[in-house]
Design a protein around this ligand. Structure first.
Ligand code: TMP
Length: 204
C-alpha cells in the first residue's frame, strides 16, 4: 500500500485560506482521489474541544504551545497516520509550521521547545507539500477587520502578524523541498491555476 500524500495549508490570518480550501476540495472530488480534509487546532473530538479553549481563553504562550501539541498528538495518532497508512490523502488546514510561526515567531516561545514537542508527537512524519498563502500584513489586517468576529489570535496587532509572516517565509526558505508560496494578492483565477499545477505535481 502506498502511503497517502500529506498536504498542509498555512498562512497569516486573512490570507483567504478558507476560499482556497473549498477549491482544493473540488480538485480532489473532481479527480476522484480519496482524501480527508481536516484542521488544526482540531480535527478530532478532543482536538476540537481544545480548539475552543485556545481560541477563547487567555493563557501564557507555553500553555498555548502545549495545548496545540496535545491536540496535534491526538490528531496525528487517531486521524492523520491511520488515513495516510490506508493510502488516503490528508489535507490539513494548518499543522506544526503554525506553531513555529505563531508561538515561536509571534509569541517568542523558544524554537527548541517547539521542536522538542514536534519530535515527540511527529517522529518522522512531515508533510509532503505545504502551501503557504502569503499576504502583506497591511492587507491581511484590512481583510480581517472587514469580515467577521475575530478570535484571540486574529485580534493581535500588526507587529505580531508581521513576525508570524516573517517566520513563515523563513520556514519556507529553510524547507524548500516541501514549501510552495502563493502570493495571495493575486487574483483568484491565477491562484486557482497555480493550485492545480502544484497539486498535479504533488500527486503525480
Ligand atoms: P484558523 O483560523 O486558521 O483555523 O486557525 C486558528 C488560529 O490558531 C490561527 O489564528 C492560528 C492559530 N494557531 C496557532 O497559533 N498555532 C498552531 O499551531 C495552529 C495550528 C494554529
Amino acid at each position: 500500500m502506498i502511503r497517502g500524500k500529506f498536504i498542509t495549508l498555512e498562512g497569516v490570518d486573512g490570507a483567504g485560506k478558507s476560499t482556497h480550501i473549498r477549491f482544493i476540495k473540488d480538485y480532489f472530488e473532481s479527480r476522484s482521489i480519496s482524501y480527508i480534509l481536516t484542521r488544526e487546532p482540531g480535527g478530532t473530538d478532543v482536538g476540537e474541544n481544545i480548539r475552543e479553549i485556545l481560541l477563547r481563553d487567555e493563557m501564557g504562550p507555553i500553555t498555548e504551545s502545549l495545548l496545540m501539541f496535545a491536540a496535534r498528538n491526538e490528531h496525528i495518532a487517531s486521524l492523520i497516520r491511520p488515513n495516510l497508512e490506508k493510502g488516503i490523502a490528508v489535507i490539513s488546514d494548518r499543522f506544526t509550521d503554525a506553531s513555529l510561526a505563531y508561538q515561536h515567531g509571534g509569541k517568542g516561545v523558544p524554537k527548541e521547545l517547539i521542536n522538542h514537542l514536534k519530535g515527540m508527537v511527529q517522529a518522522e512524519l512531515e508533510p509532503d507539500l505545504t502551501i503557504l498563502f502569503d499576504l502583506p500584513v497591511e492587507v491581511s489586517l484590512e481583510r480581517l477587520n472587514n469580515t467577521r468576529v475575530l478570535d484571540r489570535f486574529e485580534m493581535q496587532g500588526y507587529d505580531f502578524h508581521q513576525r508570524v509572516r516573517d517566520t513563515y517565509l523563513q520556514l519556507a526558505m529553510e524547507n524548500k523541498s516541501r514549501f510552495y508560496i502563493i502570493d495571495s494578492t493575486k487574483n483568484i483565477t491565477d491562484i486557482q491555476n497555480e493550485i492545480i499545477t502544484i497539486m498535479d505535481k504533488a500527486l503525480s
